[in-house]
Design a protein around this ligand. Structure first.
Ligand code: SUD
Ligand code: ADP
Length: 271
């Protein structure tokens, strides 16, 4: 069975406070986008476990890979036999696009289907939250306001249909734990959702990513990319999550070529 774990972008990200458990309370709007890995899990014919990968290299031990950790969690809980897992990576890591989190959430959903396990919705969300703060979002995988450490989700009916998305990931990998250590919480919440729905032209003035000052100070190239995307006529431009990917939203397609940017480049009309 094959699934296609997709990336997300963050539309605004406020860091409210540092918590006593080492995490931060945040508020952000998370939006699924059409850039995906491919994840295959099949029952193992020879009884041996195997993990293979292709595409963008991920520098971590197979047992540390989030999709393997997700499968192991289901295996322990439901006494499942061994499987063979193949992951094709197209979503870069250290980008703020949630690729690893998405792989983990999709591995939970795929394992449930593969072995016809009766899991209630909340149980899957709890397992996802134990794997990472961003993981629960990819269970329902719909545009949502995320709060708490990112696991408290409220569906948000915001349509970006017809807009064009330009996503650029410079050749910089930002570590999420480092980014959280580098910021000072703003303590400012997101604007009220109904103000946003009605007024995309005001998003640039209303929505802030609290990671940007600290991350762009350490990596000025990320700010340069954001400024260049803005110069192409985007009505909203921001870094996604803790970076380094930057995106712009456009009402009509500007003239832009892959060669104009170094790093990874994705251009798509949103549905
Ligand atoms: C910043 C965000 C915004 O969507 O995404 P990315 O930029 O990573 O995609 C998320 O908050 C990233 O969530 P995720 O990548 O799942 O983080 P986790 O694995 O749970 O935590 C990694 C580390 O980040 C810090 N952390 C994470 C989430 C949070 N709300 N507060 C934190 O302080 C903690 O130091 C934690 O040990
Ligand atoms: N399946 C996976 N895909 C990407 N990164 C993974 C995966 N499994 C574990 N990781 C580790 O998670 C970190 C990045 O996670 P990811 O969610 O892709 O990035 P981001 O923080 O940019 O959203 C890296 O340190 C990487 O080694």
């Amino acid at each position: 069975m094959i699934v296609f774990p997709n990336a997300k972008i963050n539309l605004g990200l406020r860091i409210l406070r540092k918590r006593t458990d080492g995490f931060h309370d945040i508020e952000t709007i998370m939006i699924p986008i059409g850039l995906s890995d491919a994840l295959e899990i099949v029952p193992s014919a020879d009884g041996e476990f195997a993990f293979t990968s292709s595409g963008i290299a991920i520098q971590c031990d197979p047992e540390e890979n989030l999709c393997v950790k997700a499968f192991r969690m289901m295996q322990r809980k439901y006494g499942l036999p061994e499987v063979k897992i193949h992951l094709h990576k197209a979503i870069p890591a250290g980008a703020g696009l949630g690729g690893g989190s998405s792989d983990a959430a999709f591995a939970l959903k795929l394992t449930r289907r593969l072995f016809s396990i009766k899991v209630c919705g909340n149980e899957l969300l709890e397992m996802a939250a134990a794997l990472g703060s961003d993981c629960p979002f990819f269970i329902e995988n719909i545009t949502s306001v995320a709060s708490g450490r990112g696991e408290a989700l409220q569906p948000f009916p915001l349509s970006l249909k017809g807009y064009h998305l330009l996503l650029v990931k410079p050749d910089i990998n930002v570590s999420t734990p480092w980014a959280y250590k580098s910021i000072t919480p703003s303590g400012i919440p997101l604007p009220a959702p109904d103000q946003l729905q009605e007024n995309p032209d005001a998003w640039d003035a209303m929505l802030v990513n609290d990671f940007e000052p600290a991350v762009m100070k350490s990596y000025p190239e990320i700010k340069e990319v954001r400024d260049r995307i803005r110069g192409l006529g985007a009505f909203y431009t921001a870094m996604s999550g803790s970076g380094s990917a930057v995106f712009g939203l456009f009402k009509s397609a500007p003239f832009v070529r892959k060669e104009d940017f170094s790093g990874m480049f994705v251009w798509q009309e949103l549905r």
